[in-house]
Design a protein around this ligand. Structure first.
Ligand SMILES: *Cc1c(COP(=O)(O)O)cnc(C)c1O
Length: 401
């Protein structure tokens, strides 16, 4: 596909938009629950959910209600004043996690950027100016700002933007020896996605996470979990770290936190967060009242009795279905993997047209690395809806043999 769009509703050709995305040939105009519609009235079952964002479904009535109500009350004031929705969301996050302080921002990259700045300030305060290195993993994705691109362990995102900011080391995933080798008194933090999302739904092993925790404890460095994609109930627990043997020092959140209304958060215990003193970091829109009104409903819903148990069950159901497909087509499918409702099947060969072919059949799903189909449906997806995607895959997969 080229950057030109054959869709007049997208602004005609040439498109007035920066050509930074390879877009699907559709203009989406409306959403409800797990479904979206394009400008031609075609319906799609959404297993992309705005990239793991619309977890409570498109235009969730309670979220929309909260946004509307807040928009009639107070849309924005500076963070130089207190606002109630922000404090309420922070209290909910604290109540359900190891953390007791929250910094609000607007996006995933900004949450990770904040964590990186916290790590540098912590390193400098505790160990002096030579303690600034951040170790992250190959295949990781942490955002598109210069620092988060430098932390990202995929050269494709860095190419053409060099020189990268200094102080970022990358090590292969699940290789404890390599991590030990990279760690030193210069290490301010180890940054990990507990399951790599953009990297192709790759879980980091419990042993590796325990080793990272132990190294951080030994060096008095920060263990940062980037849960921008896998936090907020995606894996079947509110935070992905809850299913690992470790507790991190810092967690980054965004994507599903506002169910589509932009909001990010970075949280830590007070003895860590206090290393960002007044004036050291800020965000004009961060924790905006309207965004926090949305996030409050999201957190209340995710933590309501039984909600996450259902996510876990549906995740098992979907994983079993994909696993069975992988078993029946071993020549085409390398493996199925996932946790909760972040699931993937990896093909043996590139299947670059798979996204478009699924779209032709009325499904949205994401292809990463040309051969990994990543499925992150709204967490309210039903087993019937999962079945219909499995049926479509059952028809498509044999055509790649
Ligand atoms: C999407 C993502 C980011 C970046 O989030 P933006 O809101 O696009 O800035 C960072 N880390 C992870 C793990 C992500 O999946």
């Amino acid at each position: 596909m080229t950057g030109s769009i054959d869709n007049s509703a997208a602004g005609g050709s040439p498109s007035p938009l920066a050509n930074t995305y390879t877009r699907f040939p559709a203009t989406l105009v409306r959403g409800e629950g797990c479904r979206v519609w394009d400008d031609k009235g075609r319906e799609y079952l959404d297993f992309a959910a705005g990239i793991a964002v619309c977890s409570l479904g498109h235009c969730n009535p309670a979220v929309t209600e909260a946004i509307t109500r807040q928009a009639k009350t107070l849309v924005h004031v500076s963070n130089l004043y207190w606002t109630l929705p922000q404090i309420e969301v922070a209290r909910l996050l604290i109540e359900k996690s190891f953390a007791d302080r929250v910094f609000f921002c607007n996006s995933g990259a900004e949450a990770v950027e904040g964590a990186l700045k916290l790590a540098r300030h912590y390193g400098h305060d505790r160990h002096g100016p030579d303690c600034y290195e951040v170790i992250s993993l190959e295949g990781s994705f942490h955002g598109r700002t210069l620092a988060t691109v430098a932390a990202t362990g995929q050269t494709v995102y860095q190419c053409g933007f060099e020189p990268m900011p200094a102080g970022f080391l990358h090590v292969p995933i699940n290789n404890i020896d390599a991590l030990e080798m990279a760690a030193s008194p210069r290490t301010a933090a180890i940054l990990i996605e507990p399951i790599q999302g953009e990297g192709g739904v790759r879980p980091i092993s419990d042993e590796y996470l325990s080793a990272a925790r132990e190294i951080c404890d030994r060096l008095d460095a920060l263990l940062i979990f980037d849960e921008v994609q896998v936090g907020m109930g995606r894996t079947g627990t509110l935070f992905a770290y809850e299913q690992t043997p470790v507790v991190p020092d810092v967690v980054c959140l965004a994507k599903a936190l506002g169910n589509g209304f932009p909001i990010g958060a970075m949280m830590a215990r007070e003895e860590v967060m206090s290393h960002l003193p007044p004036g050291s970091h800020a965000s004009t829109f961060g924790g905006n009242p309207v965004a926090c009104a949305a996030a409050k409903v999201v957190l209340e819903t995710l933590t309501s009795p039984g909600f996450l148990d259902e996510v876990m069950e549906k995740g098992h159901y979907m994983g079993k279905g994909l696993g069975s497909l992988a078993k029946r087509y071993p020549e085409t499918v390398l493996e199925a993997r996932g946790r909760g409702l972040i699931q993937a099947i990896e093909f043996r060969k590139p299947v670059p047209d798979l996204g478009n072919r699924l779209m032709d059949r009325g499904f949205l799903a994401l292809l990463t690395q040309q051969k990994i189909l990543r499925m992150v449906p709204p967490l309210i997806v039903t087993e019937t809806e999962i079945d219909s995607l499995l049926a479509a895959l059952e028809e498509i997969i044999p055509t790649y043999e």
